[in-house]
Design a binder for this molecule. Structure first.
Ligand code: FAD
Length: 396
């Protein structure tokens, strides 16, 4: 038997799951293929990483019906404090200056993953889980997908396949889409600390000669740490004793939050900027990490992936409502063209931050301190930075 759908979403994680939710009322038959059960995904240590969600992201999640389950576990960011270690430049952004109650929210990835999965259970969409895509053949009128579930092979057909299967996307590999990879030579060391002082809804971004260090509020006295370091230095810090690690973290971060105590295991994520060379190809659209993997310095990866899903859902809705082919190459090309601007801007912004703020060359150190100093005093520039922080930078 062959199962036939309009849209097959490969990957039911943060971005693919969100797309399935966004298509809730679409006149489409949707299937979601996910390789790992929710129990497996929640048990992965990677779920302990904190996600800074832009204000625009929270609004989209609210529209998807996910936010009420996440809100009790999320911490609002009311202030962002940006500084350059050992130099004078500093800037602060405040939600109140923008007339809003928060600039964004911080939540653990596992909380969001679980909320999305629960919401998916209420939809009529077919879910193949755990199941993996192992083959794809795109034709003029449709696309055939081969799934492996347990030891069985299942053939599916669809008008459109959406690849939301993460950084090592199988769909991308099966289509032979190349990727541009830029290795930053850095690892994000991720952990959490208990703080002596109240985190007071403040996210800290501290630029150091080795790389940026972010402390994001998780609770009144607990912050998530994302410390970007050259590979060698990160490996060393990952294996230091707790006392040595905390002493160094404290030295680099300072005492903005009083004394720090380690509150979670340390994990390392090697950092690269990876971009697939095509966003659409033969009845397939790539979204989320399958399309772009960013440096977490500006906390933009999921925010950007969610906007991929939101725009795609909106376009699919209209195309299906008019009874038009949702895998039509011209339709997909128009989607890709619209999406390109936001992607290019956010990637440029994030990549620029990494380059400028991970560089110890004296002219750059001076320039970035002058920039932070000026930013703190120039309302229009500060407004622009706030728009990026809130996830409205690209006008979606
Ligand atoms: C240290 C760190 C900090 C970060 N901080 C932030 C932040 O503050 N803010 C932010 O916005 N982003 C942040 N990010 C980025 C964010 O985590 C990612 O952008 C986001 O997880 C991407 O979601 P995704 O659904 O595209 O991919 P994934 O989360 O990787 O999901 C892919 C899904 O596809 C499934 N899958 C894989 N292969 C197959 C297959 N063959 N068949 C079927 N299913 C398959 C997987 O099981 C998985 O569930 C951070 C990332 C890191 C590493």
């Amino acid at each position: 038997m062959v199962y036939d759908y309009d849209v097959v979403i490969v990957g039911g994680g943060l971005v693919g799951g969100s797309l399935a939710l966004a298509l809730r009322d679409a006149p489409l038959r949707v299937a979601v293929v996910e390789a790992a059960s929710i129990t497996e995904r929640l048990s992965l240590a990677a779920g302990d990483r904190a996600l800074a969600l832009a204000r625009g992201t929270v609004q989209i999640l609210d529209g998807l019906g996910v936010w009420p389950a996440v809100r009790p576990h999320a911490m609002p960011i009311r202030h962002i404090h940006v500084s350059d270690r050992g130099h004078f430049g500093k800037t602060r952004l405040h939600a109140a200056d923008k007339g809003v109650d928060s600039l964004g929210q911080v939540v653990l990835a596992r909380v969001l993953e679980e909320a999305i999965d629960r919401a998916l259970e209420t939809l009529p969409w077919t879910r193949f889980c755990p199941a993996r895509v192992v083959g794809l053949q795109a034709g003029r009128d449709g696309i055939c997908i081969n799934l492996r579930q347990d030891r069985d092979d299942l053939p599916l057909t669809a008008r459109l396949v959406v690849a939301a299967d993460g950084g090592s996307s199988t769909v991308r590999r099966l289509l032979g889409i190349e990727q541009g990879v830029q290795d930053y030579g850095q690892t994000a060391l991720v952990t959490a600390v208990r703080t002596d002082r109240d985190t007071a809804y403040t996210a800290y971004e501290r630029f150091t000669a080795a790389g940026p260090l972010a402390l994001l509020p998780l609770e009144r006295h607990r912050s998530a740490v994302v410390w970007t370091l050259p590979h060698g230095e990160a490996a060393e810090r990952l294996h230091q004793t707790e006392a040595e690690f905390i002493a160094q973290l404290q030295e680099v971060f300072g005492y903005w939050l009083g004394r720090l105590e380690l509150a979670a295991p340390r994990q390392g994520f090697p950092l690269k900027l990876i971009r697939a060379e095509k966003m659409v190809d033969r009845r397939v659209v790539l979204i989320g990490n399958a399309l772009h993997q960013l440096h977490p310095v500006a906390g933009q990866g999921f925010n950007l992936g969610l906007r991929d899903a939101a725009l795609l859902a909106e376009r699919l809705f209209t195309q299906a409502a008019f009874g038009d082919d949702i895998g039509d190459p011209l339709f997909l090309a128009r989607y890709a063209q619209t999406r390109q601007r936001d992607l290019a801007r956010v990637i440029r912004f994030t990549d620029g931050l990494v380059r400028v703020f991970s560089n110890a060359a004296p002219p750059l150190v001076l320039a970035r301190n002058l920039a932070l100093f000026a930013l703190d005093r120039l309302p229009p520039a500060k407004r622009l930075l706030s728009r990026y922080a809130m996830g409205y930078g690209a006008g979606l």
